[in-house]
Ligand binder design. Sequence first.
Ligand code: FES
Length: 124
Amino acid sequence: MSSLPAMPQLAVPQMPALPSSGFRLSKEHFLVAVPVAVVAAVGGFLVSHYLSGRSCKKSQVNTCISKDSPKVVHSFDMEDIGTKAVYCRCWKSKKFPYCDGAHTKHNEETGDNVGPLIIKKKDT
Ligand code: FES
């Protein structure tokens, strides 16, 4: 009687036991995850701090008008304005509080878009 040749035994790797529940971190994963999380948090903070600084700089608007005064205030009576008054809002006018057109040069040099406040009586 003939018999079949013996089949070679295949080595079947053992499957690691799955954790029964929850998420587990090994010590090696933890040692990598913590520095990555810290770097990500610090990087995020620095990027947001940089971007917020770019959008709104804390600097003085008034660079030269009545700097010895704690607050620059002008008041006008409506009756004294006449038919039209043009007031500076860029703080660059040599005739402040009136506009002398200095905002045009300021806008060209800085890329800003400031302009005057114009108050006038309605055309009837
Ligand atoms: S000069 Fe300042 S708004 Fe015109």
